[in-house]
Design a protein around this ligand. Structure first.
Ligand SMILES: Cc1cc2nc3c(=O)[nH]c(=O)nc-3n(C[C@H](O)[C@H](O)[C@H](O)COP(=O)(O)O)c2cc1C
Length: 197
C-alpha cells in the first residue's frame, strides 16, 4: 500500500489492544516529526512518551474527572455533533494502549543564559509536527487517537513539565482493537474541499 492509501484508511480508535510495542518505533516516528517546518526554527515542542502504567492510570483518572465536568458544560449542539462517535466520560483506552504521547507546545523558551526567548506560530508549528507524526505512525501500521481533554493543565502537573510548556494534545498509540466498531462517517468530496485557481 502507498502512503496515500494508508492515510485514506486511517481512522481514530477508541479501544486498543493491550499488547506491548517496541518503544523505538515511537522514538523513530518522533524523530521524523522533529523535522517539521516551524516558526523561525524554534522547534517549540516536547513529546513525552508515557509507558508507565501508574502514570497512565493517573492521566485516565484525571481525564475522566474533567470529562464529567465537560459533558455538563457543553452546548446541546456540541453534544449532538459528538453523538455519532459514541463517546462518553469513560476513557479506558488511556490505560489499555501501550503508549500515550503527550505533546507540549512551548509558549516561550530559554537561552543558554536562562533568559526568556520568543517563539513564533507555536500552534501552527506543533500542529504540523503532530500531523507528520500521525502520518509516520500510520505508515508503520500503528493506530492512534487524538485525545483532547479540556482543561488540560493536569498533564503539566502529572508529568512535571516546566511553565513554558503548555499541553497540546494526547496521542494514544497502539494497535486498534479488532472488536472496536468504527463510527460510520463520510469525508467531504474533492470538489467541495479542493478549489483550483
Ligand atoms: C483536534 C482534535 C481533537 C480531538 N479530540 C478528540 C477527543 O477528545 N476524543 C475523541 O474521542 N476523539 C477526538 N478526536 C478525533 C475525532 O473525533 C476524529 O478525528 C473525527 O471524528 C474523524 O474521525 P476519524 O479520525 O476516524 O477519521 C479529535 C480530533 C482532533 C483533530
Amino acid at each position: 500500500m502507498t502512503l496515500i492509501d494508508k492515510l485514506k484508511q486511517r481512522r481514530s480508535y477508541r479501544e486498543f489492544e493491550t499488547e506491548s510495542l517496541d518503544i523505538q518505533l515511537l522514538i523513530d516516528a518522533i524523530e521524523a516529526a522533529k523535522y517539521a517546518p516551524n516558526g523561525a526554527n524554534k522547534q517549540p515542542w516536547t513529546f513525552c512518551i508515557v509507558k508507565d502504567p501508574k502514570i497512565k492510570k493517573e492521566i485516565r483518572l484525571e481525564s475522566e474527572k474533567i470529562e464529567t465536568q465537560f459533558y455538563k458544560k457543553i452546548t446541546p449542539d456540541w453534544k449532538a455533533d459528538l453523538s455519532h462517535l459514541d463517546v462518553n466520560t469513560s476513557k479506558p483506552f488511556l490505560e489499555e494502549a501501550p503508549y500515550l504521547i503527550v505533546i507540549f507546545k512551548h509558549i516561550f523558551q530559554y537561552d543558554e543564559d536562562n533568559h526568556q526567548t520568543k517563539v513564533y506560530y507555536p500552534d501552527i508549528s506543533v500542529g504540523i509536527a503532530t500531523g507528520m507524526l500521525i502520518s509516520v505512525l500510520t505508515d508503520i501500521g500503528l493506530d492512534i487517537l487524538t485525545y483532547t481533554p479540556s482543561p488540560n493543565q493536569f498533564l503539566s502537573d502529572i508529568l512535571k513539565r516546566p511553565g513554558n510548556e503548555k499541553p497540546y494534545l494526547i496521542l494514544v498509540v497502539g494497535k486498534g482493537s479488532k472488536s472496536y466498531k468504527l463510527p460510520k462517517i463520510t469525508k467531504r468530496s474533492n470538489e467541495d474541499v479542493i478549489k483550483i485557481y
